[in-house]
Design a protein around this ligand. Structure first.
Ligand code: FES
Ligand code: FES
Length: 151
């Protein structure tokens, strides 16, 4: 049994030591906004925050997240108010099929916390999430919009 703190609530989950955090979040806790894509830390669809840092939860043991603060896409907006990133996503109409987008948004939110005004090079380095619909240009524009909105 592992005790996880997710989006401000505590959950006791019954998982093996090496069960990926992604499956604890999706199958034990029932938060399905975090997606499974590759399973090998390549695509970023499963990105959540652990203590504020982006983590690819398909490749991170749930047991290693015990005692840490986990945030998923469902917990990103605080008090029902969308973040600047989410607002920029809506304004820019970023998602196509949407499958990769929760992981993309989590990665971007972490980037903007660390670098409020990222350059294109910063974005290229930090946002390595894969989008099969090819929304990369809209993602970049929405990141710059969110960065301006924070000023
Ligand atoms: S599902 Fe985790 S990085 Fe692809
Ligand atoms: S919006 Fe379809 S995979 Fe990214």
């Amino acid at each position: 049994m592992v005790r996880l703190s997710i989006n401000g609530k505590t959950f006791n989950v019954d998982v093996d030591d090496n069960t990926p955090l992604l499956w604890a979040i999706r199958e034990q806790v029932g938060l399905t906004g975090t997606k499974y894509g590759c399973g090998v830390a390549q695509c970023g669809a499963c990105t959540v925050h652990i203590d504020g840092a982006p983590v690819r939860s398909c490749s991170f043991p749930a047991s290693a997240a015990a005692g840490k603060k986990i945030t998923t896409i469902e917990g990103l907006a605080e008090g029902g108010k969308l973040t600047k990133v989410q607002e920029a996503w809506i304004r820019h109409d970023v998602p196509q099929c949407g499958y990769c987008q929760s992981g993309m948004i989590m990665a971007v939110a972490a980037l903007l916390k660390e670098k409020p005004k990222p350059s294109d090079a910063d974005i290229n380095a930090a946002i390595t999430n894969i989008c099969r619909c090819g929304t990369f240009q809209q993602v970049r524009e929405a990141i710059h919009m969110a960065a301006k909105a924070k000023a």
